[in-house]
Design a binder for this molecule. Structure first.
Ligand SMILES: Cc1ncc(COP(=O)(O)O)c(C=O)c1O
Length: 461
């Protein structure tokens, strides 16, 4: 458009010299504020930036890069497919790439775990999967209300926000978020109260005034909400409660799934079988967008097209997703390696935490971190880590937990380097570590939801 001569514009020379990101991109951007480098290439757990530096990745695309950047096997599969002229976009039409993904997911994931689910491809992000799960639960039960947990995070669209805890994100909705209530996550009262007592009571009491919900949605590890990890026995009790009261259990495995906790589904350890499972992030394996909602067959009551979208199940994502399942999930070898290296990460984090009063290790598997006594410490340590060449973020309503989420393919040496950087950054921010007295044994209270030593996912209290 030609400039309007009646409307004088600033001569170009007087314009402030900003970079194009600041000039053009919305203020909503966030990660680039903590990590202002301009990244160019990446391989495995290392990113290169235009400033000539390389950065070790303890972030893994917020969980979308479980197999690292540009894994060569997945890259080859993708390039072969594109070069062959394979279909890229097809909505929900039949394609050979989708057929390969469906059969591979059945053979590598469902059958070995004795799981029976129908696969639904909603829009391509985690929040789309959550929306589809909430909608289906309401349709199938005819009930409106959904229960979710304190500090939960399920996505940024309105339905997913309504079951999310974080007040800043909720306020962004700009309208009342209704038809959902929060109940306490495992250990919310620090072991002082049995978390389910209230819920069990009101669900059994026809005079309680509490409507029976359509579903309860839960994360096994609260990836964004501070890395609290539910104990397997707590998850089993939740599942039992849902079964008794005919409430659907939706398990949001968008962040903790696809191997992040050391098993393909994060709920495997507990032995529960949720009614609906939400997957996204690393299901394509390559950082390509894709989401998958698993539905117990009896619940698959959608009318054709009742929930759809233009970008469902991209074929490029099917191709890399299939390659990832074949490469990493044909047997237990990969998962065993993940568990071993997750233990190394855990030991490294525990070592750091033991140097600072009140610091505790949180989370499970490769979704673990440290909560420091001073809530502001984690952000400062993440910033100091960046200066030393490590990408690591924070979690929790006050960003109070330093969150480590390396690629599952990271080597022990890379893991060690990252932990060393965090230790140095912590010493810069908090001072030299002072070994604390040995952490007390975990609380061994009795009762139906007996707290075990390791299963709570928190140590050093
Ligand atoms: C547990 C969980 N559910 C849902 C989402 C939303 O996923 P997306 O950002 O792809 O919409 C996230 C994102 O971090 C998540 O951690």
């Amino acid at each position: 458009m030609r400039p309007d001569t009646a409307m004088p514009t600033d001569p170009p020379t007087t314009r402030p010299r900003t970079n194009v990101f600041e000039e053009l991109e919305s203020q909503v951007r966030s990660y680039c504020r903590s990590w202002p480098a301009t990244f160019t290439t990446a391989a495995g757990s290392t990113l290169q930036a235009e400033n000539g530096r390389s950065y070790l990745d303890f972030f893994a695309g917020a969980g979308a890069l479980n197999y690292g950047h540009n894994h060569p096997v997945l890259l080859e599969a993708l390039l072969d497919y594109l070069r062959s002229g394979g279909i890229v976009h097809s909505l929900d039409m039949h394609t050979a790439a989708k057929r390969d993904f469906l059969t591979t997911f059945r053979d590598r994931i469902l059958v070995p775990r004795d799981l029976d689910y129908k696969l639904m491809f909603p829009g391509p992000t985690g929040t789309n999967s959550v929306e589809s799960a909430l909608k289906l639960a309401r349709k199938v039960t005819g009930r409106q209300h959904i229960l979710s947990f304190t500090n939960a995070f399920h996505g940024m669209t309105l339905g997913a926000l309504s079951v999310t805890g974080n007040s800043m994100k909720r306020n962004g909705a700009g309208l009342p978020l209704t038809n959902s209530s929060k109940i306490p996550y495992d250990d919310y009262f620090s072991g002082a109260t049995e978390d389910f007592l209230w819920l069990e009571r009101v669900l059994s009491d026809s005079g309680s005034g509490v409507d029976k919900p359509a579903a309860i949605i839960v994360e096994t590890v609260q990836g964004e909400g501070g890395l609290s990890a539910a104990r397997p026995e707590w998850l089993r009790a939740l599942s039992e409660l849902c079964r008794t009261h005919e409430i659907l259990l939706i398990l949001d495995d968008v962040q903790a799934g696809c191997g992040r906790t050391g098993e393909f589904f994060s709920f495997e350890e507990s032995g529960i079988v949720p009614d609906i499972v939400c997957l996204s992030k690393s299901i394509s394996g390559f950082g390509l967008s894709m989401a998958l909602t698993l539905i117990r067959p009896q619940l698959d009551q959608w009318e054709p097209g009742e929930h759809n979208g233009t970008f469902r199940g991209q074929n490029t994502s099917f191709v890399t997703g299939t390659a990832a399942l074949n490469e990493f999930w044909s047997d237990d070898t990969f998962a065993e390696g993940v568990r071993e290296r997750a233990a190394e990460l855990h030991d490294g984090l525990a070592q750091i935490a033991s140097g600072y009063a009140g610091a505790v290790v949180k989370g499970r598997g490769f979704l673990s971190g440290i909560k420091f006594q001073d809530a502001s410490a984690a952000s400062k340590i993440a910033a100091a880590s960046y200066e030393r060449g490590l990408l690591v973020e924070t979690s929790g309503p006050e960003d109070e937990v330093l969150k480590t989420m390396p690629a599952l393919t990271i080597s022990s040496d890379e893991l060690r380097s990252g932990v060393d950087i965090i230790a140095a950054a912590a010493a810069e921010v908090l001072g030299a570590p002072v070994m604390q007295e040995a952490a007390p044994d975990a609380d061994m209270r009795g009762g139906a939801y007996n707290r075990g030593t390791d299963s709570r996912g928190e140590e050093g209290k």
